[in-house]
Ligand binder design. Structure first.
Ligand code: NAG
Ligand code: NAG
Ligand code: NAG
Ligand code: NAG
Length: 271
């Protein structure tokens, strides 16, 4: 009799369980959008001991943004069946208090229950924040599924995102920028509709900064990765790092779009 351990070693058993399919994760991401719309976390299949993090701070979900009803204008989700995780970007320009929210959810491998909800929540005063402009530019971008023959691997997509973040502290690192490439930093857009050039290149920041505490969600079908990180330097009040998230679309191995959301202690990070 062949042991299950041997089957795993031979790669004959899928690493992810039946619950962790694209369909079930997409359904959960849709439930998250519905839960945030009404401010009802109980709409989600949360494990009793699930963790809730906002801008890298652990807090009870009852005092979090997920417990407030928010008007959502645009949502985009990434589905990561390898990690059993989802990522959702919410553009909330029409809400009374405008927000842009990036949320990562982790699921138990077996039951498809949510074990962690982690959000970067940006509002007025955060880096280059302008929810109306963020919505306007994001809505014009094309983030549809990549035809399977043209899809990049999980590793290529993730590496493109890492190279971009690594380049902030080391301009010698080659980043696979596409042409065109456009970055939406808060509500500030480097590109233009129909642009053809790479406007994403980031100059090296002073010093040797490294954006650590990275947390990923990768969607091979969408050619996209989101990376949560601690962004040092940018926020004068938090020189060791502030919560930031970069949603990156990769086409043919090259970066096409970047959406950055960065939280500031002082207005516009004191800059
Ligand atoms: C979220 O996005 C989906 C797909 O574009 C859309 O069908 C749905 O209406 C959106 N939900 C909200 C609350 O905007
Ligand atoms: C910067 O990146 C280059 C290219 O990858 C590498 O050779 C070099 O060691 C890096 N410098 C530092 C200080 O890490
Ligand atoms: C930043 O990190 C350094 C080195 O660990 C520490 O001495 C300093 O107090 C930290 N600064 C803040 C504002 O947390
Ligand atoms: C975020 O949380 C992690 C884990 O608690 C901690 O190690 C890290 O220093 C925090 N980052 C910031 C910028 O506070």
């Amino acid at each position: 009799m062949i042991s299950s351990l041997l089957l795993v070693a031979l790669g004959l058993v899928s690493q992810t369980s039946a619950a962790c399919t694209r369909d079930t994760l997409q359904a959960a991401a849709n439930e998250y959008v519905a839960a945030q719309t009404t401010g009802t976390p109980s709409l989600l299949s949360l494990t009793p001991s699930f963790s809730y993090l906002e801008n890298n701070v652990s807090l009870p979900v009852t005092s979090g943004i997920l417990s407030q009803p928010i008007t959502i204008d645009l949502n985009r989700s990434l589905i990561d069946t390898t990690q059993c995780a989802t990522f959702t970007e919410l553009s909330c320009a029409s809400n009374k208090v405008p927000y842009v929210i990036h949320t990562r959810m982790l699921f138990s491998g077996d039951g498809g229950m949510i074990t962690a909800v982690q959000s970067v929540v940006a509002k007025e005063g955060d880096w280059a924040f302008d929810a109306k402009a963020q919505l306007k530019w994001s809505a014009q971008e094309i983030w549809g599924p990549i035809p399977s023959a043209k899809q990049d691997t999980y590793a290529v997509i993730k590496a493109a995102g890492d190279a971009y973040l690594d380049s902030w502290g080391n301009s010698s690192i080659k980043v696979p920028y596409g042409a065109p490439c456009a970055r939406l930093e808060g509500g500030s857009y480097t590109g233009s509709v129909g642009g053809t050039t790479n406007t994403c290149k980031m100059p090296q920041f002073p010093g040797t900064l490294y954006a650590g505490n990275r947390k990923y969600v990768v969607d091979v079908d969408l050619g996209a990765v989101d990376i949560f990180d601690d962004f040092p330097f940018i926020d004068k009040a938090r020189p060791n790092g502030t919560s930031s998230s970069n949603l990156i679309r990769v086409e043919g191995g090259l970066i096409r779009y970047i959406h950055e959301v960065t939280v500031c202690e002082e207005k516009n990070c004191g800059r």
